[in-house]
Design a protein around this ligand. Structure first.
Ligand code: UD1
Ligand code: UDP
Length: 364
């Protein structure tokens, strides 16, 4: 079985690390890793390959940043060439980025069956580029590996045939278990932080960074929280660029600690020891739950609805700084004990299950 895996953005390196490890252990299976180059800074790409022991990609397409059409189009052209050269039996894509969309389109046009890991998630907001990417990717796929019951239901509602949908759990949960035990003991010390004495934040969504007014509100809210409790925020390069453009980068309290992006092992350590996590990231919302840390999601909606229903995740639409401050402080003060169903995201075997299903005659 020859499989091409297309990855390009930070969360995809983490997800692929899990499945790739299983594929490498499978006799007769050859995985050809293709890195589109969507993320390219050392701390947005290389660090994950080193820490998570991902093999060097066989193809690095070097696409880089750009407008959606230009970036996706360049990827499509380059991935098509790789597929024509390597002639794989299957192609794996992850999540909902432009790299996901380009991989799905290139393979589907060449009649190469597509396996979509993290299928079925929906925000029902077509203004999000990710929503468009995931809807198209799902409908071009042969194997839809859904992480949650809610994802399965979304696919059923869209008329995806039952025999294409596989509830396998979440590969990010596998990653949290497998790599989570390797976290660094010195992460907090290096940053002068004490366990459960800080808020961890991440912001990178287009809707929170692309208009100066929204960006000012989001960071104004986080800055107000930092007056009460230290806020640590590893800055996505998109957000750093937006803050620089808006002349905001140097305008905050030193208690709002703006860091460079972190490697996964440092990040997990900061997640585990945070009092509360405030984020607009998909992956970080779930990791908060994996480590049983309350989360505030600074978005209008989330794809991970089960966490909101259980009360682990508080959805706070970032309409202004006061709302953000009030939402995060309310979460900090909320001492309610919540239930944490053990298998909400599977049993930590999603990578193994996906690998098995891809080999099964049913899926051939
Ligand atoms: C992308 C995904 C998003 C995902 C996120 C994970 C799409 C449409 N969006 O968003 O779903 O949540 O990755 O982090 O695919 N940049 C750098 N260095 C890098 C990478 C990016 O400086 O290594 C800067 C560039 O200015 C670039 C901007 O970040 O224009 C945005 O990068 P891009 O990959 O287009 O989208 P993300 O915001 O990273
Ligand atoms: N992450 C990381 N370093 C950081 C910020 C995030 O390793 O500085 C990890 C995080 O732990 C999670 C993943 O990156 O595993 C989430 O990626 P991101 O927030 O960029 O994208 P999303 O999940 O929203 O698509």
């Amino acid at each position: 079985m020859k499989i091409v895996t297309v990855i390009g953005a930070r969360p995809q390196f983490i997800k692929a690390a899990v499945v790739s490890r299983w594929l490498r252990q499978t006799p007769g299976c050859k995985e050809i890793l293709v890195h589109t180059g969507q993320h390219y800074d050392e701390n947005m790409s290389d660090v994950f390959f080193q820490e998570l022991e991902i093999p060097t990609p066989a193809y690095h397409l070097g696409i880089g940043s750009g407008a959606h059409g230009a970036q996706t189009g360049r990827m499509l052209e380059a991935i098509e060439k790789v597929l024509l050269e390597t002639k794989p039996d299957k192609l794996i894509i992850y999540g909902d980025t432009n790299s996901t969309l380009a991989g799905a389109l290139a393979a589907a046009k060449l009649h190469i069956p597509v396996a979509h890991v993290e299928a079925g998630l929906r925000s029902f907001n077509r203004k999000m580029p990710e929503e468009i990417n995931r809807v198209v990717a799902d409908h071009l796929s042969t194997w839809l590996f859904a992480p949650t019951e809610a994802a399965v239901e979304n696919l059923r509602h869209e008329g995806v045939p039952e025999d294409k949908i596989f509830l396998v759990g979440d590969v990010m949960y596998d990653a949290a278990i497998y790599f989570g035990s390797r976290t660094r003991a010195d992460t907090l010390g290096k940053l002068g932080l004490e366990s459960k004495q800080y808020v961890l934040a991440t912001i990178h969504r287009a809707e929170n960074t692309d208009t100066a007014a929204r960006l000012r509100d989001v960071f104004g809210g986080l800055n107000a929280i930092a007056e009460e409790v230290p806020v640590v925020l590893p800055l996505h390069p998109r957000t750093r660029a937006a803050l620089t453009r808006a002349n905001l980068l140097d305008s905050y309290s030193p208690n709002l600690r703006l860091l460079d992006p972190l490697g996964y092992l440092d990040m997990v350590m900061l997640e585990k020891h945070a009092s509360v996590i405030a984020t607009d990231s998909g992956g970080v919302q779930k990791e908060a739950f994996f480590h049983r840390v309350p989360c505030v999601t600074l978005r209008d909606e989330t794809e991970w609805v089960e966490l909101v229903e259980l009360g682990w995740n508080r959805l706070v639409p970032p309409i202004d700084a006061d709302t953000i401050e009030a939402g995060v402080l309310a979460s900090l003060r909320d001492k309610k004990i919540r239930s944490a169903p053990a298998h909400l995201y599977g049993g930590g075997q999603a990578g193994e299950t996906i690998t098995r299903l891809l080999q099964s005659p049913l899926a051939a």
